[in-house]
Design a protein around this ligand. Sequence first.
Ligand code: DP6
Length: 393
Amino acid sequence: MFYFDVQRITFLLSAHFFNGWKYYLCGMISEQFFLPKYEPKVPQSQTVIWSAPSNIALVKYWGKKPVQLPANASVSFTLSNCKTITEVTFSAKKQKNQLYSFDILVDEVYKESFRPKIESFFDKAQEYLPFLSLGHFQIRTTNTFPHSSGIASSASGMAALALCLMSIEKSIDPTISEDFFLAKASFLARLGSGSACRSIEGSIVAWGSHPAVPNSSDLFGVALNRPWHVFFEKYQDTILIVEEGQKQVSSSTGHELMHNHPFGQQRFEQAQSNLSHLITAMTQGDLDEFITIVESEALTLHAMMMTSNPAYLLMQPATLSIIKAVWDFRKSTQIPLCFTLDAGANVHLLYPKSAKSEVLAFIEEELVVYCENGRYICDEVGEGSIRLNDYPN
Ligand code: DP6
């Protein structure tokens, strides 16, 4: 008990008075830090609404340890337009029992297929949010990007849900500070989906313990507030939809296959090293180095899939055609356009805002033919989650 309180007091003090120092203390935080400090209490019935963004990793999280802890540190751009909006209505239960209950509606339609993922999240989160078993939750959620676009919604979805639950917790314990709120929201989101912990704040977020990121932790994501080079302001991400719909192999299966992977250990070490070099490149505005690391991370992620047992492929022929066209375009124009991939066939094109008109013309002329139904989504680096209703409502 004393230990937990020391952690919390240190965190609160450091958050308020030693802003520059607090980050050196985050590495000391353990799971117990996020256990509730209040007496078990039923929150009042209420509705909270949060919008949380998607994110695209530059250094990839691929491989994990129990419980949802990353095998290496990762870093991502928070997006601006691709987001999930979630409304949670909490109604206090009349009868007391030990089980939580919820309904899940996606685009106003009950979606039983989402239930197992949310149940697994609630199971893991219950210890940290004891009020989960004291009420019924109606969860209504919608994405600003089409479900069929092949863009994973688990990061933004779990982040939005975690933020709603944190707002309910804050109604029980109003002493919760802004820093603690964000850190615990990220911690909870991680329990639902690892990459979701990077979808709470903007605009560049790291997750996983790393010596070059003084505030880093395996337990939650932290926004990197260093002065980035001006090139990275409102950096653009245009997502080329090569394949609509659900991917054939889930990320969870992919992470699983990193256990005993023949190149696993080297990969985890490479990611740690890439993260250090990427931060330096982004601080100095070294776009060549940025591009080298980001593209290598994307190709290595897929190389891991191709060399796992069983092996599998998520790239499509169109993915490779786009990559080759991007390389040719960059060589002939010197425009610093590069690509990254997540665990699917779609391609994220990353480039400075100053190159927007040339890149969009290139996409229209040469790349749109590779997109399913000619679809692509224009996004850019954004500022993070937003609460969409006031409390109390
Ligand atoms: C390739 O976060 O979707 O997008 O923790 O099992 O939910 P779970 O996996 P998830 O994995 C994301 C993998 C990635 C890389 C990344 O976002 O860092």
